[in-house]
Design a protein around this ligand. Structure first.
Ligand SMILES: [Mg+2]
Length: 359
């Protein structure tokens, strides 16, 4: 019996609140501009997914693009990997980098959600994994010495075994003061990760990261421009702390290229930028072959399913950008997250919240 057909793709932009603005060395995110996708099917099942537009300036364009591309899916059967291969084939000559990649990815994720619901399984189990609790880290911004240290201490008290903070202050002395205060607040049992959000030149990154080698950090993330593979490879070769990259790489091929270029020790694909569930599965296999530990970036509800099925899974990022518009937000319990046991991804909208935050 063939799979049910897609009858309609509904796209809605919302601006959801964040618990606090996310400050990085490369800009502040005040809120979460999200594109919500519903893929309706002839079986009466609807697949849900969301994409993050990073800035409200891109929200309208990403929503319109996703809606326009989504109309191409109407009438087609729900076979998510086939749908994505077919859809990407329509844009070979146009090219897909950037927003179009993001639109294709969020449609892919919603199609997988529908597919898993039709199978009656949580996505993790459909992919051959379980929904056991996975170790997670709590993620914080660049909030100055006191606020950063106290937020980190709060996460440790909740049971997180790892905490990430953002640095890249004007001087290295400030970076060091924040790192040491946070490390002191966490104690030795909790791993500390730091994220430069691409803010340093390569020579500055070598100086700062080398100096941080003595601070016992579990990773240093994106010290320089994410598209500078050679620059990251130079930094990685000069430092002892593991170097983390991946959230800014578009598609599994970019991840393969980054690994081949020796740009990092660890990989953290972003579920949207890597190309949705279909893209993640390819990236996961590439990382498995390279023996590269894999974490995720954002999109914790769907990423928890994928991390459960990723052979080299490392840490799940717990940073809630969609909780306010979800009926059942994902929880971290004792520093661990567990994918939903409901069929699909476990993403259901709170329609009242969606109406309240409609953009
Ligand atoms: Mg980052």
């Amino acid at each position: 019996m063939p799979a049910p057909a897609i009858t309609r793709v509904v796209v809605r932009p919302v601006v959801a609140p964040l618990p606090r603005p996310l400050r990085t060395a490369s800009g502040v995110m005040e809120s979460a501009p999200l594109v919500l996708v519903d893929i309706e099917t002839s079986a009466g099942i609807t697949g849900h997914a969301y994409a993050f537009a990073y800035t409200p300036v891109l929200l309208g364009a990403l929503a319109r693009l996703t809606g326009d591309v989504g109309t191409l899916l109407e009438g087609r059967a729900i076979y998510p990997a086939d749908l994505t291969r077919w859809l990407r084939g329509r844009f070979v000559i146009a090219g897909t980098s950037g927003l179009l990649d993001m639109a294709l990815a969020v449609l892919d994720i919603a199609a997988w959600d529908a597919h898993a619901k039709l199978a009656g399984l949580p996505l993790a189990r459909l992919l051959g994994g379980d929904v056991a609790p996975l170790p997670a880290y709590a993620s914080f911004g660049m909030d100055g010495l006191e606020d950063t240290a106290s937020a980190a201490a709060g996460a440790a008290a909740e049971g997180f075994g790892a905490v990430k903070i953002k640095i890249g202050y004007e001087t290295f002395a400030q970076d060091l003061a924040v790192v040491r205060a946070t490390k002191h607040a966490l104690g030795d049992a909790v791993a500390l990760l730091v994220d430069y959000n691409q803010s340093l030149t390569v020579p500055e990154a070598v100086l700062r990261c080398r100096a941080l080698d003595h601070e016992g950090l579990a990773w240093i993330e994106e010290p320089t421009r994410a598209d500078d593979t050679a620059g990251h490879a130079r930094i990685a070769a000069e430092i002892e702390t593991p170097l983390q990259l991946g959230e800014s790489l578009f598609g599994p091929q970019a991840i393969a290229d980054s690994i081949r270029g020796g740009a990092s020790d660890l990989m953290m694909p972003d579920l949207i930028k890597v190309g949705g569930v279909t893209g993640w599965l390819a990236a996961s296999a590439i990382c498995q072959a390279a023996r590269m530990p894999v974490s995720n970036h954002f999109f914790q509800e769907a990423s928890a399913h994928l991390m459960a099925a990723t052979p080299t899974a490392h840490l799940v990022e717990f940073f809630d950008i969609a909780g306010p518009i979800l009926r059942v937000p994902l929880q971290a319990i004792d520093g661990r997250v567990r994918a939903s046991e409901e069929p699909g991804l476990g993403i259901e909208w709170s329609e009242e919240a969606v109406a309240r935050y409609a953009a």
